[in-house]
Design a protein around this ligand. Sequence first.
Ligand code: AMP
Ligand code: ZN
Length: 487
Amino acid sequence: MDNQVFLYNSLKGEKEKLEPLHEGRIGMYVCGPTVYSDVHLGNCRTFISFDMIYRYLSHLGYKVRYVRNITDAGHLEGDADEGEDKIAKKARLEALEPMEIVQRYTVDFRKVMGQFNALPPSIEPTATGHIIEQIEIIKTIIDNGLAYESNGSVYFDVEKYNEKHDYGILSKRKIEDLISNTRELDGQSEKRGRLDFALWKNASPTHIMRWPSPWGIGFPGWHLECTAMSTKYLGDQFDIHGGGMDLKFPHHECEIAQATATTGVNPVRYWLHANMLTLNGKKMSKSTGNTLLPAELFSGENDVLEKAYDPMVVRFFMMQAHYRSMLDFSSDALTASEKGFNKLMMAYADLVALKTSNESSEDVDALIASFYEAMNDDFNTPVLIAKMFEAVNWINKIKDGSATISKSDLQKLSDTMGAMIFDVLGLQTVEAGDNAVLEATMEIIMEIRKNAREQKDWTTSDLIRDKLSDAGINIKDSKEGASWSLN
Ligand code: AMP
Ligand code: ZN
């Protein structure tokens, strides 16, 4: 592999060189959605970030096995193993089978991912399809003395685990602080320690999602499914584990503890966390209702939107931010992204038809190298896009005759830009959308202006140029004729 990728490992708190456990192959696990309601744009941002990472690693030639689960059981409403199962609750409210809820929102999730042109993962396992594997892990943790049964439930013994290992290794929290910040157990508690978390929960008679186990009828704890499914498909140790920043604690911290308690080794080499999408400065979240749904964006039907946006414009907007930076949503920001997206796609379309010269006026190899440098630096898509806009400026100059490109350089640039735009950023040409309409309209306007100039009607010609300039379109007159480009 010629390209050296450096990625930010949350476990170490620094960037390090990607060195896969098996040469040329990468195992990557990303926590998937809990399928009890529509995915919002915040969820989509995390999955699109990892889609880009999957795409780039595949582009470099790695054989990536990408596992992203579907949480269809065990995710309770409360953080401390209390409250109802989110899916069971929705099923109860709508008088449906839990699996009808799961089916509806899984299908919807895949549809939305398709609209954003996110590639399907290599394996998409479900929690309910891996109950046996979860039970086996619990048995091993009990045998290893790090979990205990209590009234038909099984809890992970955090303090005992912490005697030999480090609970808090990922989230950089100290166990003493965690204990003092957690509610004291009351006399009724089944747990020995306040940080202990459920591996298995005894099902009350009304709990509809239930399975037999050595400890009685119950259901698995939420953190356990990811340990079971990641290690089943990727091995006891694998390369990359991802998810949104908000999953770092307790979910991922518990995953490390469970896997280490089972096998004795830390399961993951590189922990990657994608940052949050905010709306009005606050995290987009199902529980607070501060959300925007993809369908609302594509139809324009939400008060925060000035108009409808194409999924590719939304994807481009996300790619303009680094995956580890917070991103605030606004209609203005999306409109700016739409302009940028159109400008990039139009320049790319022009590129293939450019007139070539004997020599290039720019160093194409250096430009292409800068694309890869950006991506190798922890998948820095905003820098990649900025570098591609340098190419766009060059393309527009070649169009108006003030710069040149050789035939072989043109081939190189169009191949690499095509790969970056379509394969890595995962963008698609917007069919018959704004681009096509703009192209057709501009063709007519340029024709009218050409006629005016031939008749020496400079007033009309200048008026058209100035009005277009106000609208963000630049007209350039040269010996070869006039050309236009977006600002
Ligand atoms: P959930 O379905 O709630 O389990 O969330 C699915 C994924 O979306 C997880 O990786 C979360 O970390 C992520 N997520 C939730 N809210 C946001 C947000 N506002 N911005 C980005 N990612 C989010
Ligand atoms: Zn998970």
